[in-house]
Design a binder for this molecule. Structure first.
Ligand code: WT7
Length: 650
């Protein structure tokens, strides 16, 4: 078996010095499945409760209703910040901020300093009128105040909706509108790779498209000048320290945050997480998956605009009293040794990044890595997309000098935290496989008709569509404002099961190999994108009749964006139109959705009933048109030859 040739045993140091051995995992996994309530009641003791829960899991996937710890009362900010200070650990470092420009000073923020800052932000929000349950849109750079804004919301019971700084004003407006957010926190501008990102100006533009925002709290981050609208916009630094913002007692099932994510249809969905289950899930996954020990420096390179940033830059590390490194910049600036510089400079022990970043860095060879010591590193991790074995080997051999465990963590915005991974002291590694289910996770593979393929959660080699049969505390509870969409999207394809949207293979050792999305979602540089969203952006152009968007394999990005476009009668393709369409997508969504290829065509391959045959479009975009499969159901088979002739990805 090929995967056996690719077997890397648990590194000796990880096996000797672990908080969860192979035997521990086997025992705990078995307990988590046979007695989930007892298991999750025990894990809930990792955090403080104002009222400890007596009810643990209370859920059903048909009809869909998910509750965990429903009579417990707690506050995530208390668990992330206050309790460490109260326990005398106020001098421990919570955040290390590494600025975009390495010539500028890094900043270390202790737990006591963080507490004062969070109280100040919470006080400012309260003064502006934010109350429990209100939605607050956060549009911030990677900086301490971004995390502080999240924690301040959690403190006062407001629901944060962080919007990634790369999204356009149009996309921000849609997200503000969808959750009825009356408050925005942003910075003047952000710095990324030496370039300025006009965050405040983007908010100003967004607020011309959506009504209802009463107040914008602006953090001075770069001090670049920005326009301030009297009565609406307020400088954060005009607010002083605040001491009358205690942690609001929250019911475990009160909403904590909304995070928008793409699906196969329609506009992005506001995935909703609640306080209790998410807190326990991020606290326990962070502890076990990274085998974290007090005092270690943890560096997750994800932006707080994505769920990885929520769970493993902010809430997981802080609930564990850890030190989390916040990096403002990008891996290639000022050169492709930046990650390794940061690791040396701040003595990082655990480094967690995306395969796309590794592939980009790998292209620049080993020299930038070898020029840095990396001696502090103990553990490496990846997330966001399947890692190709070549990139895994480079990470392992060159970055980790063959000595460090790698955790390849499979999870989703909807899962709140890690679901499938190897645990560093418990499992050997197979490059390209995420590994084994985390405690309480029962994966099941089904065929397209929903027939279960090998009915065991461990064992039984097979491949199919990845479902999860039992709830876990970190699971999303609903889509904000549209529970029916939540039910339809995740629980109706295979009734009574949570469907992930991913294809997957399980091998004879019970290791899971994620093969990628089986729906119309693509993964571009670890960012999830609905092909339908890009199509909607393209057809907004008045010359466009129809658009069909597919992903294709891309060396660095994982997947690239390939757009087929038909024009209205009388319109002709041109370089200008090509540029306009690219721009249109950037305006509607943001630069992360920029098409790699735009292929003008006079027709799309359709069935006689008018359904676009995406399978064929994918093959042509992949430049793999030798095996197009059955084209007999096409209304006009000649369309295919023309598309092959005009293919853009040669
Ligand atoms: C989709 C979820 C998890 C936070 C970042 C992305 C893909 C994620 C892996 C992995 C293979 C992975 C899946 C999943 N994915 N991690 N380790 N191996 N695929 O969160 O934006 O919600 O995207 O990312 O396709 O469904 P997201």
């Amino acid at each position: 078996m090929s995967e056996h040739q690719d077997w890397f045993p648990i590194p000796e140091t990880a096996a000797r010095n672990t908080q969860c051995s192979a035997a521990d995992y086997d025992l705990m996994y078995a307990q988590s499945i046979s007695a989930p309530d007892a298991f999750w009641a025990e894990q809930a003791k990792r955090i403080d409760w104002f009222t400890p829960p007596t009810k643990i899991g209370n859920w059903s996937f048909d009809p869909v209703s998910i509750k965990w710890y429903e009579d417990g009362v707690l506050n995530l900010c208390h668990n992330a910040v206050d309790r460490h200070v109260a326990a005398g650990k106020g001098d421990a470092i919570a955040f290390i901020f590494e600025p975009d420009d390495p010539a500028n000073d890094a900043r270390r923020v202790s737990y006591s300093e963080l507490l004062a800052e969070v109280k100040r932000m919470a006080g400012a929000l309260k003064t502006l009128g934010v109350g429990k349950g209100d939605r607050v849109t956060i549009y911030m750079p990677m900086c301490v105040e971004g995390a502080v804004a999240m924690l301040a919301c959690a403190r006062i019971g407001a629901v944060h909706s962080v919007v990634f700084g790369g999204f356009s004003p149009e996309a921000i407006a849609g997200r503000i509108q969808d959750c009825g957010s009356r408050f925005v926190v942003c910075a003047d501008t952000a710095l990324r790779g030496g370039k300025s990102v006009p965050l405040k100006a983007n908010i100003d533009a967004a607020l011309t498209k959506v009504d209802g925002v009463d107040a914008v709290l602006v953090v001075q981050h770069t001090s670049e000048p920005v326009a301030m609208q009297a009565g609406r916009d307020h400088w954060y630094h005009d607010f002083g320290a605040s001491d009358d913002c205690p942690c609001e007692p929250m019911n475990a099932e009160d909403p904590l945050f909304i995070l928008y994510t793409s699906g196969s249809t329609g506009s992005p969905k506001g995935v909703l997480h609640t306080v209790g289950g998410y807190s326990v899930w991020t606290a326990s996954t962070f502890h076990y998956v990274f085998d974290y020990r007090p005092g270690e420096v943890f560096f997750c390179s994800a932006d707080i605009g994505w769920v990885t940033g929520h769970s493993y830059v902010v809430y997981g590390p802080l609930q564990n009293g850890g030190t989390s490194l916040i990096f403002e910049g990008i891996p290639s600036y000022p050169d492709s040794g930046r990650f390794w510089d940061i690791i040396d400079r701040h003595q990082v022990n655990i480094f967690y990044t995306a395969p796309t970043a590794l592939r980009a860095l790998m292209r620049d060879g080993d020299a930038p890595v070898l020029a840095r010591s990396r001696k502090s590193l103990r553990l490496l991790g990846t997330v966001g997309e399947p890692i190709n074995p070549e990139a895994w080997r480079w990470y392992h051999a060159t970055v980790g000098e063959g000595k460090l465990p790698i955790v390849d963590t499979w999870w989703q915005t909807e899962t709140g935290g890690v679901m499938i991974t190897t645990l560093p002291g418990a499992h050997g590694m197979k490059p390209g496989s995420a590994g084994r289910p985390f405690f309480g996770i029962q994966p099941q593979l089904v065929d397209n008709e929903g027939v279960v393929l090998a009915d065991e959660h461990i064992g039984g080699a097979t491949s199919g569509n990845l479902c999860i049969t039992h709830s876990w505390p970190g699971q999303a509870r609903t889509v904000y404002g549209d529970h029916n969409r939540f039910v339809q999207t995740y629980f109706s394809t295979y009734k009574g099961k949570y469907f992930t949207g991913d294809g997957c293979r399980r091998d004879e050792d019970g290791y899971y190999w994620i093969t990628g999305r089986v729906d119309d979602v693509i993964n571009v540089s670890g960012h999830r994108m609905g092909t339908a969203e890009v199509e909607s952006a393209l057809v907004l152009h008045d010359k466009v009749a129809e658009a069909a968007v597919v992903g294709f394999p891309h060396d660095i990005k994982g997947q690239g964006i390939y757009c087929y476009v038909t024009l209205n009668v009388g319109e002709e393709p041109s370089d200008e139109l090509h540029a306009e369409l690219r721009q249109q997508v950037r305006v509607e969504i943001g630069p992360i959705a920029s098409p790699d290829h735009i292929h003008f065509t006079t027709a799309l391959p359709k069935t006689r009933s008018g359904k676009i045959m995406r399978r064929i479009l994918r093959k042509i975009a992949e430049n793999d048109f030798g095996a197009l499969g059955d084209t007999s159901t096409l209304a006009d088979p000649n369309v295919v030859d023309a598309l092959i002739e005009g293919r853009q990805n040669r």
